[in-house]
Design a protein around this ligand. Structure first.
Ligand code: DX5
Ligand code: ZN
Length: 215
């Protein structure tokens, strides 16, 4: 059984209320929220005014993914939303250990995200301090991109690091997760599937969420 975290980036922003209703009524456990700053990634998505509105309406655990430089600037504001998980990029944090501690002190779970070109080995000294590792299976910034095949081996390497270190970190994958890639990811050791266009673009998103969950 995988945890499913549909990515709101692929939702119809003109009808956010009904999209959140759909998520609330679905079997998804989490909602994935992609924040982009136009600097760490070449795109801008949404910020706190939208996050606050979504947080008020959404009954699922909020899985916030910051694709921004120096995300530690927003720890308090993120905690105030009631977010369950705050994911920060390894590449965007100068003092990652401190940032993880501050996320925990603010009452949230802490996730570390790796870009496709960042090796799992950089996590060796932090793996026991994090609640989750988010592996990007596309270059962050846009939905609907093609899955990078190397992610499967990366998941296997991460699983090995987690097991050998005694860490309890979950493995989440984000980008190009759909009917063909999802089963292979779960077989490789993934715990949480983020999926944007595959879920929100579906005729019946409930069926897709159920299908992903049952993997
Ligand atoms: C990409 C985002 C993803 C995105 C995934 O930068 O982090 O969460 O929404 O979209 P799909 O599932 O369409 O690849
Ligand atoms: Zn994401």
């Amino acid at each position: 059984m995988a945890i499913v975290s549909p990515s709101l980036l692929a939702a119809d922003f003109l009808h956010l209320e009904s999209e959140i209703d759909m998520i609330n009524n679905s079997e998804a456990e989490w909602l994935h929220l992609d924040v982009m700053d136009g600097s760490f990634v070449p795109n801008i998505s949404f910020g706190f005014p939208v996050l606050e509105a979504v947080a008020k309406k959404c009954t699922k655990a909020l899985d916030v993914h910051y694709m921004i430089n120096s995300p530690e600037r927003y720890i308090k504001q993120t905690a105030k939303l009631g977010a369950m998980m705050m994911n920060v990029h390894y590449e965007a944090c100068t003092h990652l250990h401190r940032t993880i501690q501050e996320i925990h002190d603010a009452g949230m779970k802490a996730g570390v995200t790796l870009n496709p070109s960042t090796p799992v080995s950089v996590l060796e000294d932090i793996i026991c301090d994090v609640d989750m590792v988010l592996l990007m299976s596309v270059n962050p910034g846009f939905g609907g991109q093609k899955f990078i095949e190397n992610t499967i081996q990366k998941v296997q390497r991460l699983k090995k690091l987690i097991t050998e270190s005694g860490s309890k970190a979950l493995i989440e994958v984000d980008g190009g997760v759909q009917g063909e890639t999802a089963p292979r990811l779960v077989a490789a050791g993934v715990d949480v599937l983020v999926s944007g266009s595959y879920v929100f673009g579906a005729k019946d998103p409930h069926v897709i969420i159920k299908e992903l969950k049952e993997l």
